[in-house]
Design a protein around this ligand. Structure first.
Ligand code: GLN
Length: 544
């Protein structure tokens, strides 16, 4: 029997609903249950693929090529369960589906309305392909009280009624602020937020209360009384030093016990939390520190690189070191001598990106890493720029560039219009699909060249699968020239047409990858590229 847990948020945004949902998933897993996590986003974009990273943060890409909300990254990192296209829906997607059905005449002349047609489509989305799981955790984006989230709240209200409390539970995440002037924690915002939920017919069964300070027993009882929940179902959630401590602190406050009691599963065995204890102990007691410079364009909003910064933390866990991240705006490297800022760092990473602005600075950072023999990891755009740097400065191809920035004499990075899937099917880019539809998205295979650094990093496996999100490709026609100049193409698509990994054999550790390895890294299973990059940086730290 599949049970559904709906998580809403109140009072303010950015309370960490995604991490709360992911942590509950991890706790239920630790009790031996299977889980699946989903997110419903109230905005009108069909997916976040077209949104500015400053607005929305990172776009998390799934194996099946969906561009999704960054919370799906938290779900994967905490539970290890790969997310899919079915696990993220937006108002825009739901409406476009309903309107397409209306145009096809599927509603047989009925007046198409928010209730029941939109709410039915939301309910279908929630229930789709869930029968194999013990628990499905559904996070509703936005804050209760927003006009936009109303259809989602109505849909989960209906589902709560249809499934009954034995199969549905409502959890509400709120804020209990501390007022300095009064010297008190305030419960009123939580009471108001629960009233908002009651207005749309939802009585939460459990409250998770974010707070900077411990919530005293009297305050817990007060919240319980006014919000109509058991005192034991008021779960304090204090700020913690690492997000990977959240499952442990939630467990200590009784979250999983309360959830299981709600579903009549109170006799489930205690959870095995050793995996989380190990991670938290390692993060809290590092044996050293390495400093990694990340040279990118969106460094002012770290949510744009959420998976990347987590993957670096995981690389640190694998090596029992703390990774100090220096986020550097690539544009600062465009003035002479600015690369001096890279002096003393133990590793340099150039992440994914789009557009020409700031590329000269990134190329300067690549050159510094190559010439000064500092460990280097280039991801997606970072690999493309590493190839451009090698073409210009190692192979002497003047004006080598990417066609992303306009025509150039040596297009070492260019637009391809078709590629082959592993099974042999051909995928084509069709120009008329608009901005969102022209990228190579999702998991693709790559074959590793035996004896290469990449092959060793991946533990000697021949074929890997990694996730992509880009339009341009390194141009295979330049392989010979670039290899003669000192670059090595160490990973290629199975048909040999698409360069997936490049490296510099005559360098302590220099790798560029066309895919996004950070999307598959987990705290309990750090991605090998990050584990080895940080290991190389640890060696570098002993040198400098
Ligand atoms: N702008 C490059 C491309 O579209 C790289 C994209 C990325 O780094 N995700 O190919």
């Amino acid at each position: 029997m599949t049970r559904f847990i709906f998580i809403t948020g109140g009072v303010v945004s950015s309370l960490g609903k995604g991490i709360a949902a992911a942590s509950l998933g991890a706790l239920l897993q630790a009790r031996g249950f299977t889980v699946r996590l989903r997110k419903l986003d109230p905005y009108l974009n069909v997916d976040p693929g077209t949104m500015n990273p400053y607005q929305h943060g990172e776009v998390f890409v799934t194996d099946d090529g969906a561009e999704t909300d960054l919370d799906l990254g938290h779900y994967e990192r905490f539970t290890g369960v790969p997310a899919s296209r079915a696990d993220n829906a937006t108002t825009g997607r739901i409406y476009s589906e309903v309107i397409a059905r209306e145009r096809r005449g599927d509603y047989l002349g009925a007046t198409v309305q928010v209730i029941p047609h939109i709410t039915d489509a939301i309910k279908e989305t929630i229930l789709h392909e869930t029968s194999a799981y013990d628990f499905v955790i559904v996070e509703i984006g936005g804050t209760v009280g927003d006009i936009e989230s109303l259809p989602f709240l109505e849909a989960i209200r209906q589902l709560g009624n249809e499934l009954g409390p034995e199969r549905a539970m409502f959890i509400h995440l709120t804020l209990v602020p501390y007022l300095q002037s009064a010297g008190e924690l305030k419960t009123k915002p939580t009471q108001h937020s629960v009233k908002e939920l009651l207005n749309v017919g939802i009585q939460p069964h459990l409250l998770i209360c974010r707070s900077e300070r411990p919530i005293p027993e009297a305050e817990r009882r007060k919240i319980a009384l006014f919000c109509n929940v058991r005192p034991s179902a008021v779960i304090p959630a204090l700020d913690v030093d690492t997000i990977y401590a959240v499952p442990l602190t939630y467990h200590a406050e009784g979250l999983d016990r309360e959830v299981l009691a709600h579903f009549g599963l109170g006799s489930a065995p205690p959870p095995d939390l050793s995996r989380w204890q190990h991670i938290v102990e390692t993060v809290r007691a590092p044996e050293g520190t390495v400093k990694i410079a990340i040279v990118g364009k969106y460094v002012h909003l770290l949510d744009s690189y959420k998976s990347l910064s987590e993957a670096l933390v995981h690389g640190g866990i694998a090596n029992r070191v703390r990774v100090e991240m220096a986020w550097l705006d690539s544009e600062i490297f465009e003035t002479p001598d600015a690369v001096a800022r890279l002096e003393g760092v133990h590793g340099i990473l150039v992440p994914g990106g789009f557009g020409e602005r700031g590329t000269a600075g990134k190329i300067a950072a690549v050159r510094f890493a190559r010439e000064r023999r500092v460990p280097f990891l280039g991801i997606c755009f970072g690999m493309q720029l590493a190839v451009i740097e090698a073409a210009r400065h190692l192979a002497g191809l003047e004006g080598a560039s990417s066609t992303e920035f306009g025509p150039c004499p040596h297009p070492v990075v260019g637009l391809l219009t078709e590629w082959q899937r592993e099974e042999g099917t051909i995928e084509r880019r069709v120009g008329s699909e608009g901005m969102g539809g022209t990228m190579r998205l999702g998991a693709y295979a790559a074959d590793l060249v035996p004896g290469s650094l990449a092959h060793r990093v991946y533990g000697g496996v021949g074929r890997i699968h990694e996730r992509h999100r880009h339009r341009y490709e390194v141009n295979i026609a330049y392989r010979d020239i670039l290899e003669r100049a000192g670059l090595r193409f160490s990973g290629l698509s199975p048909d040999g047409m698409l360069p997936e990994i490049i490296e510099i054999p005559d360098h302590p550790w220099f790798i560029g990858v066309q895919f996004h390895p950070e999307l598959k890294s987990k705290p309990f299973d750090p991605h090998p590229l990050f584990a080895h990059f940080i290991a190389a940086s640890v060696r570098q730290a002993r040198l400098v």
